[in-house]
Write a protein that binds this ligand. Structure first.
Ligand SMILES: *Cc1c(COP(=O)(O)O)cnc(C)c1O
Length: 397
């Protein structure tokens, strides 16, 4: 049996008729840019995330770019972020002429380590003086330590722009007068950015993204920046861009959104099954593989935090990772490395000297990790096949 890393056909099948009808309606309406369908999705997403405003945009990348533009990040500014994420996180900062100040990751959650953030800011007073924003990433579907990062941001008086591209719906525990409250990704910072790239938990039939915020003035500014800074049309107050979400994506996403809680749950069930299956093989005990840990699981157990991890990816560490992935591909099993090269080692920033920087945990994660299939429609039999193939690889090793 072959097991793909992701099977979008399995998700499409039960929704196909509804999607075809809705897309046909958009085509027949001839409203192809923005319009009421986009507004409906914006209200749906705002409500789901527990925020006042949602702004539909052209991609997750453009969501990050637009959010940074809206908080006036520009040449000479510094944005605190992680070197272990998708390129767009750093790309959006650099495209505005600003510079990323990297903070190494926590090796368990793979998210920005707030203690390291303090160390980095203290060690780089010049960069700290130019700090304009903090951009944490909620990697693989689990929120960064937002309680600690919010304190840091308050101390420096800078906004937090959440890269929640992989974490729509994920909740994070925050302390409110000694009581734990769970808040959705994107709703905790100044603004939160989502991607509807097809492989995300909520994926469109093409590119799309969304920014959420509780700040009404900022929302208004982002709506204006989204359409070349014009308000009204042809009167340009700001230099924006074309960052619009299209209504075909909006209707498809609107059909999928109500299914998101069940899909998140199915991913968590699959993660729990992997935990059982791997434990039975003895591989984690032997140190051949290290399974992912949901860092908020214990707090979630006490109630309210069902979506503490939404497993956009199920990422393990593996001994001889490159040998294992080759073996899996040879056995017809999908697996991928997210991400093989940390951002400070990317070729395009070599001229900035970032390759001389050292982030041991990000570099180790890039060397040791791989993602296994975790999509909601994955069956128990398929998971057994994945685990059996991994066990076979380590049998004589
Ligand atoms: C997917 C992703 C993005 C970019 O989203 P696009 O919609 O592909 O532009 C940004 N950041 C992270 C962490 C992502 O996973």
């Amino acid at each position: 049996m072959t097991v793909p890393l992701l099977d979008l056909k399995a998700q499409l099948a039960p929704l196909r008729d509804e999607i075809m009808t809705a897309v046909t309606e958009v085509i027949d309406s001839t409203t192809y840019i923005m319009g009421p369908k986009v507004e409906v999705l914006e209200r749906q997403v705002a409500e789901y995330c527990g925020v006042r405003h949602a702004i539909g945009v052209s991609s997750g990348t453009d969501a990050l770019l637009l959010a940074l533009m809206a908080v006036d990040v520009g040449p000479g500014d510094v944005v605190l972020t992680t070197p272990y994420t998708f390129f767009a996180t750093m790309g959006s900062i650099l495209r505005l002429g600003a510079r990323p100040l990297f903070v190494d990751i926590d090796p368990v959650s793979y998210n920005m380590d707030p203690r390291q953030a303090e160390v980095v800011l203290t060690a780089n007073p010049e960069a700290a003086a130019k700090l304009k924003a903090i951009m944490p990433v909620h990697l693989y579907g689990q929120c960064a330590d937002m309680a600690a990062l919010a304190q840091l941001a308050a101390r420096y008086g800078v906004p937090v722009i959440e890269d929640a591209a992989q974490a729509i719906g994920a909740v994070c525990p925050l302390d409110e007068k000694g009581k734990t409250v769970w808040q959705r990704a994107g709703s905790m910072g100044t603004a939160g950015c989502f991607s509807f790239f097809p492989s995300k938990n909520l994926g469109g039939i093409g590119d799309g993204g969304m920014i959420v915020t509780n700040d009404s003035a900022l929302a208004e500014k982002m709506r204006i920046l989204r359409v070349h800074g014009s308000a009204p049309k042809y009167y340009h107050r700001l230099i924006g861009g074309n960052f619009r979400l299209d209504p075909i994506q909006a209707v498809v996403l609107g059909i999928k959104l109500p299914h998101l809680p069940a899909w998140h749950q199915a991913r968590r069930d699959n993660a729990a099954r992997y935990q059982r299956l791997f434990t039975e093989t003895g591989l984690p005990a032997r140190g051949a593989v290290t399974l992912p840990r949901a860092v908020y699981a214990a707090a979630a157990h006490q109630g309210g935090g069902a979506d503490h991890h939404i497993y956009n990816q199920f990422v393990i560490r593996a001994r001889n990772r490159d040998g294992l992935i080759k073996h899996l591909h040879g056995s017809g099993i999908g697996a991928e490395i997210y991400y093989p090269v940390p951002l400070h080692q990317q070729e395009c920033v070599a001229h900035l000297g970032y390759h001389r920087l050292s982030f041991p945990e990000a570099e180790r994660a890039a060397r040791e990790t791989l993602a296994l299939p975790i999509y909601p429609e994955l069956t128990g039999a398929m998971q057994q096949e994945v685990v059996a193939a991994i066990a076979a690889y380590y049998r004589d090793r």
